[in-house]
Design a protein around this ligand. Structure first.
Ligand code: GLY
Length: 336
């Protein structure tokens, strides 16, 4: 199918295409009917995103903005202890969690981020304050920590948590990562909200690669890599090995794919195929994307088998599986 024909096909088909677009595990027409109306729709990475989505929805229903909903949802994950997010996430090679986060607001195309920050309990709030209170987009390291303290955010002294860091160091015999090494695991939270006005906001938060070299920054705080929001088109975000995302501005690429007519799932899958085409790792990339368009259609795709993502509307809240990509589906015309 040519690109133009494919595009018009995607536009013309509504419920059927939308149902296909959300991938395996979404065959119910009840779910599909929610894909053709606008928000609120909230999507996030992994199963632990579901309670975050639900808090985001309550925030919207209580009169909060899409940005408030993103912040509240991600704050929940940052203190849940269930993921590689927040101070209970994965420490670096020096035994200290260095956290990355970013936030974007569709209206006004605003963005803020913090990277390599230590001791800040809610990096997502620090990112929002960078966006709202400074002329900058990104603060890093000690400056980001100092700014967070100045803004009244809760900041701990990582050294005071010495016992847990020492225990972690003792249990860990591996050296710092070397060229070609892969992380133990990655489970960044990326959460995107489409509100009832059709406005989008999104955020990500992570402690990044477990045992990373101190100072390493991943994709999550980099606008266009771990997250991208375009209020005219849609939004996308990533989880997985940041090094494989940030060299390709991959979330930006997903949004651009949607701009050119692809469904959210196909936009995610196409970005992965494009990266896999040039990356020596091929489909062994450990990257996953979620996306939502301005119409409230959503989807996900990943190289990690059955990448779970969470989707919440006022009518349902579920964990679903993104489109799995493998060598066999990276060719032109892979599964929707
Ligand atoms: N995706 C999170 C990271 O690589 O740091």
């Amino acid at each position: 199918m040519t690109q133009t024909t494919r595009r018009s096909f995607l536009h013309q088909t509504t419920l059927a295409a939308a149902a296909a677009a959300v991938g395996a595990g979404c065959s119910s027409t009840t779910s599909a009917k929610h894909l053709t109306k606008r928000g609120p729709v909230i999507i996030s990475t992994w199963g632990f995103g579901k309670p975050a989505n639900e808090l985001a929805l309550r925030t919207l229903q209580g009169g909060g903005s899409a940005l408030d909903a993103v912040e509240q949802g991600i704050r929940l994950v940052e203190v849940s202890g269930n993921s590689s997010v927040g101070l209970s996430g994965k420490p670096n090679a020096a035994g200290v969690p260095q956290l990355d986060a970013c936030i974007m607001n569709g209206p006004g195309h605003q963005a803020g981020s913090v990277a390599g920050v230590e001791g800040v309990v809610h990096p997502i709030s620090a990112a929002r304050l960078v966006m709202e209170k400074t002329p900058h987009v990104m603060l890093v390291g000690r400056g980001a920590r100092w700014f967070s303290e100045q803004q009244g955010l809760k900041v701990l002294d990582p050294a005071k948590d010495e016992a847990s860091y020492k225990a972690w160091l003792a249990a860990r015999e591996k050296p710092s990562p070397g060229k070609g090494d892969k992380p133990d695991n990655h489970d960044t939270v990326t959460l995107i909200v489409l509100d009832t006005n059709g406005d989008l906001a999104g955020g990500c938060s992570t402690s990044g690669w477990s045992g990373k070299i101190p100072g390493r920054v991943g994709d999550s705080p980099i606008i266009g890599s771990g997250l991208y929001v375009d209020n005219e088109v849609g939004a996308a975000g990533a989880t997985g090995l940041g090094e494989n995302v940030m060299r390709y501005c991959a979330s930006y690429a997903v949004v651009e794919n949607m701009r050119h007519g692809m469904s959210p799932t196909e936009a995610c899958a196409e970005a992965i195929r494009r990266i896999a085409k040039t990356d020596p790792a091929g489909m062994d990339l450990a990257i996953n994307f979620i996306a939502i368009n301005k119409q409230g259609e959503f989807g996900a795709a990943g190289t990690q088998a059955n990448f779970p993502y969470s989707i919440t509307t006022p009518e349902f809240s579920e964990v679903r599986k993104g489109q799995p990509l493998s060598q066999s589906t990276q060719k032109e015309g892979g599964n929707e």
